[in-house]
Design a protein around this ligand. Structure first.
Ligand code: NAD
Ligand code: ZN
Length: 454
């Protein structure tokens, strides 16, 4: 949201600041009191009017506060676990009142079709055991179907279901695509209906489910239509990951590696050390083969990834600040992902972008050769692609040009400066970009041909 700086306006104009006070059930403007100590007793919203020779302008400053929960739990679909149905309620009194009333719970649930094939009976069993009045839609929420048509399809069904948009959140169960589509549909329905995210892929577990963004592809561009409306809650249960194909575990590991490279050296070292085991065991808590390290590494790495991600997102939920470390791996990858759709998964495209940027860092003197090699070995260990023929210099340049256009004239390139640390750079020369590209192709193109043999 735009920031309002009223202090800097032309001093000739007559400006007045009003606070808002609640008086007998209605809101009234009240001339701002000079005494700042009394600020606590008035809401943060303000109205300013400014009178000039040309007319009058009212400027409204209305801070929007989002409160949402990200809850990690076990056995989310165990009928005795009420997290899915009630875990989003933050007000204790409201929760108690609800539990006392005998009103049946009503929920609209959208599930990714593939997830439904595996977990359908468990989901319906859960809803029925809890006497929920529900409508369940199982949809092919694939990247190719991530469109406004799918949003409208969901909205038609939501509309037929007649839910109470204040108390009956829409539930989305699936990967990032499903969560993004349903989040957008909910944000549009009656201008904003609460929704709950249940991620079933590793990527959505650590990334898509914890932030505020929703979206669909449009005009052949990734997530071109979307909103910044967070879910009312995200409920995370690692056990969904056990049915995920191995390639999709690597896919999620790419977003975890992003956070590690940007801001958490320990996470990087955990992924370096346990990455292969996490892939083999699909982040499951059975320590019969690998000993107790296995559970520790699964929960430790996902929790660090989520916490570091939340640290970056919470103060910048609407992305006002354009200098974002979480954009690492996301400067070139959107164009690459769309260009070769569906051959690269999101995290794979992100990884290819990250490797190139690691070369840019190395060429800029920000990373040593040894650090660069460690990062690449880690990526290879996580079975992520480290080069792609479609990622040409032309695509890189076009993407960076595009970035300039949409980032206030600066490229704002997050680059690793050592392991687990990063900074934002604006003046990387064309020469460095070319050298990095050449070096990258020389070292990795022939050996890997896209996917690496670990
Ligand atoms: N909103 C955000 O902040 C954000 C962040 C990162 C990524 N994303 C978006 O997320 C999308 C990628 O998400 P994704 O990688 O989860 O892909 P996805 O939603 O396409 O899911 C991947 C595949 O796994 C299947 N699947 C899902 N859960 C399963 C399970 N438990 N067992 C077996 N199969 C399962 C799905 O049917 C699908 O085929 C992209 O569209 C990306 O733009 C959004
Ligand atoms: Zn991403």
């Amino acid at each position: 949201m735009g920031k309002v700086n009223l202090e800097d306006s032309d001093s000739k104009d007559k400006k007045t600041e009003y606070s808002l006070m609640r008086v007998k059930g209605t809101w009234k403007r009240q001339l701002k009191k000079v005494n700042k100590d009394t600020c606590d007793c008035v809401p943060a919203a303000k109205i300013y009017d400014s009178i000039t020779e040309k007319g009058i302008t009212w400027t409204v400053v209305s801070p929007v506060v989002f409160t949402y929960k990200v809850t990690e739990t076990q056995d989310l679909l165990d009928p005795g676990n009420d997290t899915l149905l009630l875990g989003h309620i933050t007000d204790q009194q409201q929760l108690e009142d609800f539990k006392k009333s005998n009103k049946p719970i009503k929920r609209f649930v959208v599930v990714d079709q593939e997830v439904y094939k595996i977990y359908g009976p468990k989901i319906t069993g859960y809803l029925e055991a809890n006497n929920v009045l529900y409508k369940l839609l199982a949809l092919p929420t694939t990247e190719e179907n991530k469109s406004m048509e799918m949003v409208l399809k969901i909205l038609e069904e939501v509309n037929n279901f007649c839910l109470d948009r204040r108390t009956e959140p829409i539930i989305a169960i699936g990967g990032g695509v499903c969560l993004d589509i349903v989040g957008l549909a909910a944000s549009l329905y009656r201008r904003c209906t609460p929704y709950i995210r249940v991620p079933t892929t590793l990527l959505s577990y650590v990334d898509a489910s914890v932030g505020a963004k929703t979206g669909v592809n449009f005009a052949n561009c990734k997530n071109k239509l979307g909103a910044y409306i967070p879910p009312t809650a995200a409920f995370l249960d690692l056990s969904f990951i056990q049915s995920l194909p191995r390639r999709h575990i690597s896919n999620g590991l790419a977003e975890m590696l992003k956070m590690a490279l940007m801001k958490h050296r320990d996470l990087f070292e955990l992924l370096e050390k346990h990455g292969r085991m996490l892939l083999d065991t699909k982040f499951q808590a059975d320590n019969s083969v690998y000993g107790c390290n296995r559970l520790q590494a699964a929960s430790q790495t996902t929790r660090i990834a989520i916490t570091t991600m939340l640290e970056e997102l919470a103060p910048n939920l609407w992305e006002d600040d354009l200098n974002r470390l979480v954009d690492f791996g996301h400067l070139i990858s959107p164009a690459l992902e769309m260009k070769v759709l569906p051959s690269l998964l999101h995290g794979e495209a992100v990884n290819i972008d990250m490797v190139y940027m690691v070369y840019v860092s190395k060429e800029s003197g920000l990373l040593t050769e040894e650090e660069k090699q460690r990062i690449i070995s880690c990526m290879v260990g996580l079975e992520l692609p480290v080069w792609h023929e479609a990622c040409t210099m032309e695509l890189i340049q076009r993407s960076l040009q595009d970035r300039l256009k949409h980032s206030g004239g600066l490229v704002r390139m997050p680059l690793p400066v050592g392991l687990g640390q990063a900074d934002i750079f604006n003046n990387t020369s064309c020469e460095i970009l070319h050298q990095a590209y050449e070096q990258w192709c020389n070292e990795l193109s022939i050996a890997t041909d896209g996917h690496c043999d670990p």
